[in-house]
Ligand binder design. Structure first.
Ligand SMILES: NC(=O)c1ccc[n+]([C@@H]2O[C@H](COP(=O)([O-])OP(=O)(O)OC[C@H]3O[C@@H](n4cnc5c(N)ncnc54)[C@H](OP(=O)(O)O)[C@@H]3O)[C@@H](O)[C@H]2O)c1
Length: 161
């Protein structure tokens, strides 16, 4: 399983339920990487999408503890075990904070967009640079959009010997 996330310099990912710094190039890349794959997300992240609707062209596997929660075209799971029993290996975890933390241990790859700015975040991704289980294996050239510098970095989990 993989995860995809955009983080600031301190692994901040959101504030007040919103992204910190949406970058159109990053959002296009997100679409390219996730189209055709199941995506796994929390109910709060779903609510941030246009109309609160699931992402088109992808199975949307949504976590919610609310037994009454429904979202047309999405599959709802009430706990990690039920989700993992249904999620194919090519699923991509797309957030938010609680779902990244819940599923990082079953991911072998994290596609990180590093945004070289610091924001007043209230949601964070675990710091992969200080976790010896993870290595930044590949980086693409630094980019910039509207004066905001960023870079795509792929983290891989070390295989146990
Ligand atoms: N930078 C990025 O790449 C990125 C990507 C995605 C999201 N974000 C940001 O992340 C923030 C949202 O993160 P969040 O943690 O507040 O919300 P979230 O993870 O999107 O959703 C949380 C909800 O998921 C459900 N849930 C969580 N754990 C569960 C479990 N073990 N079993 C069943 N359901 C479970 C609960 O839904 P119920 O309340 O319905 O029970 C919970 O309220 C926002 O600021 C968003 O913009 C950033």
């Amino acid at each position: 399983m993989k995860a995809i996330v955009a983080v600031d310099e301190h692994w901040g990912i959101g504030k007040g339920g919103k992204l910190l710094c949406p970058l159109s190039a990053d959002l296009r890349r997100f679409k390219t990487l996730t189209l055709g794959h199941p995506v796994i997300l929390g109910r709060k992240t779903l609510s941030t999408f246009p109309g609160g609707r699931p992402l088109p062209g992808r199975r949307n596997l949504i976590l919610s503890r609310d037994p009454a929660f429904q979202a047309a075209g999405a599959e709802i799971f009430s706990d990690r075990e039920a989700l993992l029993a249904a999620a194919p290996d090519d699923s991509i975890v797309i957030g938010g904070e609680s779902i990244y933390k819940m599923l990082l241990d079953v991911c072998d790859t994290v596609w990180v967009t590093r945004i070289f700015r610091t924001f007043d975040a209230d949601a964070r991704f675990p710091d992969l640079d200080s976790d010896p289980a993870w290595t930044a294996s590949a980086s693409e050239p630094p980019l910039e959009e509207n004066g905001v510098p960023f870079q795509y970095v792929t983290y891989l989990r070390h295989l146990r010997a």
